[in-house]
Design a protein around this ligand. Structure first.
Ligand SMILES: NC(=O)c1ccc[n+]([C@@H]2O[C@H](COP(=O)([O-])OP(=O)(O)OC[C@H]3O[C@@H](n4cnc5c(N)ncnc54)[C@H](O)[C@@H]3O)[C@@H](O)[C@H]2O)c1
Ligand SMILES: [Zn+2]
Length: 473
């Protein structure tokens, strides 16, 4: 079952914060939040303390029944389980089959602080509380797919994204299932991290492939070769180790080979760790334009090892920073100031949440195009030469902020956008091709005080002025 189709189940001790975090995460990823305890209370028409007074066994029976009905319900939800619910063998089996199970692992003292003044029947005596805490830890450990400390961790888990310093070394266990893997990379990344990845995959490695370098990977010729070389059966997994070009192309190969097999991107560039390898969009290019052939194919897991960024050249880092600054603007948080590992975790969580809310790009996901209509027009006018996507995005963000009446100081400071020498008419023509003008207006993503808004009609004349300001005489 793919991450998108699974429930997110929150487990952990009393006072771990499940009932606070649960609704918050549900809102972020656009799902309903339900608590097993509340369902029990509603069906029984009694409170938990009242039910406990009738005997714990009866409560556990009702709890198992409620957990079963929620975990077998069809629309994926965020489900909170009571502290003792994982004591049931049946519930643990359903968690394995139907849910991504996330353990909110909080220290005993934190849990006690929060639980001691509640009416919870099992939180009356500190020593009993501590004994139960120790008793249950192994059960949580066994039932959990992952642990979380905050909402971003849970969102990442829901999207199947695993962020861990040094994760590459544990690749064999992090790629879900037991199937054989085909490792796909580009020649440059293969030379730096390929051997470590091969060693980490160990007996699960069946074959290795190298795609051409850069955007060439996203060509029909490269795909044709990869399709013909793949020897995986339907249980096999494509592991894509590299930047966004590798993950886009290898992901598309996985989406189409044998009508679709699993894939696990292991992004190595900043662009891929905060953007390309998240959200299930895969694509190759046509001579007519970029990303014109592709598929939505959500990875079975995305394994992000921020330590891999240490070998990234500075110019590639700048490419990624443009998307990071875009994310920070959308999230209205200074994510761009954080140290690498945390920056990647937070940006990846932001994109994961947006894509979980709108997996097929009908609504919320459009905000990710902030500054991109301008960027694409400039890139097209430059003939996709002498102007990188990151530099174009930096300029595009400036235009989008100006049209939104916002300050551009931060973008200037962090990305130092410099006007580019391209033909003004060519850029304007590309812009109109990209976003059809309707009644003299273009529809853009803007950034209001309350957050991003999309499909906003803006007079063509204003858009053209903003575009011209990005172009050097
Ligand atoms: N699917 C999506 O949602 C999505 C989103 C954004 C971008 N993209 C796509 O991503 C592509 C751009 O990705 P990119 O910028 O990562 O390009 P890329 O894959 O070409 O990688 C950039 C360069 O960095 C090198 N590199 C990568 N990781 C390295 C490492 N750890 N150490 C040293 N060198 C390393 C690569 O060999 C390459 O030379 C574009 O094709 C774009 O369309 C897709
Ligand atoms: Zn971009």
């Amino acid at each position: 079952m793919a991450p998108l189709d699974k429930h997110v189940a929150l487990i952990g001790f009393m006072g771990a914060g499940k009932s606070t975090l649960g609704p918050d995460v549900a809102l972020k990823i656009g799902r309903t939040f339900l608590s097993v305890d509340e369902v029990v209370e509603q069906t029984a028409g009694k409170t938990i303390p009242e039910l406990f007074a009738e005997g714990e066994a009866r409560f556990r029976e009702l709890e198992e029944r409620a957990a079963t009905s929620l975990l077998t319900s069809s629309t994926p939800k965020v489900i909170e389980l009571g502290g003792g619910a994982v004591g049931s063998e049946r519930t643990r089996r359903l968690l394995r089959e139907q849910a991504i199970t996330v353990w909110l692992d909080e220290p005993l003292d934190t849990c006690w602080q929060r639980a001691q003044d509640s009416d919870r029947p099992l939180a009356r005596d500190r020593d009993d509380f501590a004994r139960l805490y120790e008793l249950r830890r192994p059960l949580y450990d066994e039932a959990a797919d992952t642990r979380a400390r905050d909402a971003d961790d849970v969102v990442l888990a829901a999207a199947g994204v695993h962020v861990e310093q040094g994760a590459l070394r544990r690749l064999a266990t992090l790629v879900p299932g037991e199937g054989a893997t085909a490792l796909v990379s580009d020649p440059h990344v293969a030379g730096i991290h390929g051997m470590d990845a091969q060693l980490a995959l160990g007996r699960r490695l069946q074959q290795t492939h190298e795609l051409p370098h850069g955007e060439e990977a996203k060509s029909l010729t490269a795909l044709d070769r990869l399709w013909q070389e793949l020897r995986l059966d339907r249980r096999g997994v494509v592991v894509a180790l590299g930047g966004g070009c590798t993950t886009d192309a290898a992901g598309f190969a996985a989406a189409t080979y044998l009508r679709g097999i699993d894939w696990t991107p292991v992004p190595t560039s900043l662009v891929a760790q905060v953007d390309a390898a998240i959200g299930g969009k895969t694509a190759i290019d046509l001579p007519q334009g970029k990303n014109l052939v592709g598929a939505f194919h959500w990875p079975n897991r995305t394994v992000i090892d921020p330590a891999l960024l240490e070998t990234l050249p500075p110019e590639q880092r700048r490419e990624g920073m443009a998307e990071v600054v875009k994310t920070a603007l959308l999230a209205a948080q200074p994510l761009d100031e954080l140290p690498d590992a945390e920056l990647v975790r937070r940006c990846a969580a932001f994109k994961s949440a947006v894509c979980l809310r709108d997996p097929h790009d009908h609504a919320d996901r459009k905000q990710l195009n902030l500054g991109h209509t301008f960027a694409h027009a400039l890139e097209a006018a430059a003939g996709y030469r002498h102007l990188t996507h990151g530099r174009a995005v930096a300029l595009g963000l400036v235009a989008a902020l100006r049209l939104s009446g916002r300050d551009i100081g931060r973008v200037e400071e962090l990305l130092q956008p410099k006007p580019v020498k391209v033909d003004k008419d060519a850029a304007w023509a590309a812009m109109q091709r990209d976003k059809k003008t309707q009644d003299g207006e273009l529809r853009l993503v803007l950034l209001e005080e309350a957050g991003p808004v999309w499909d906003v009609p803006v007079p063509a004349e204003d858009v053209r002025n903003a575009l011209n300001q990005l172009i050097a005489e």
